[in-house]
Design a protein around this ligand. Sequence first.
Ligand code: ADP
Ligand code: ADP
Length: 227
Amino acid sequence: MIEFHNVEKYFGDFHALKNINLTIDKGEVVVIIGPSGSGKSTLLRSINGLNTISSGKLVINNFDIADKKTNMNKIRRDVGMVFQHFNLYANKSVLENVTLGPRLVLKENEEQSKKEAMDLLDLVGLADKAESLPSMLSGGQEQRVAIARSLAMKPQALLFDEPTSALDPEMIGDVLDVMKKVAHEGMTMVVVTHEMGFAQEVANRLIFMADGEVLEDDDTKSFFAHP
Ligand code: ADP
Ligand code: ADP
């Protein structure tokens, strides 16, 4: 569902992505690792159009992003993104944070959006916080709400850009557990993370990037089988 063909990305003179060729199929959980500045985030952001690519071809859900007929808003709806910083609406309750997108964008009615949101808050273990404001939550809880909010848009794939990097260590496990549940429900996921335990346990495939290049792309077992 995500295909990179000879993708290059320049920021001015800086060559951020070098000849990227990747195919990610429906249902895969792919973890991307690599040193800071190696292009992981740039690669992820190009998938849902937050970054343009300089050349090559990028096809999402069979739609070439360079094709004028491709609706990038639809792509962004189909491919959700969870960021390091969750950016919840501070003056809205947890429940409203989750129902807002479905109501405004998917045109769901109040009853339906609330029911779905409560199911998702249940999934992330925060149904009892539905009426709380984000400021009442820990960072880990806020990130779990952000994941519920992304899922509420019924995406076909979810991208995670270092979702636990801004969290206190004791919060990380709960967020990774939620991501594991989402993976087990069959969501296609691309995750940039340094959490190698999560990678080994949940990912079916690992990609190692350095200096804008994919240096290794292997199934998880093989990846961990050699140094
Ligand atoms: P990673 O996620 O692996 O840490 P990034 O994809 O964020 O790496 O960044 C790769 C390189 O591209 C870095 O050197 C970064 O400074 C550069 N870069 C990223 N975004 C921009 C931008 N908008 N303008 C200029 N340079 C950028
Ligand atoms: P829904 O999200 O409503 O289930 P579908 O994915 O079934 O939508 O697509 C509805 C219609 O929109 C189909 O005809 C499909 O070909 C078209 N479509 C889907 N994604 C895009 C896109 N990114 N750009 C343009 N058309 C799209």
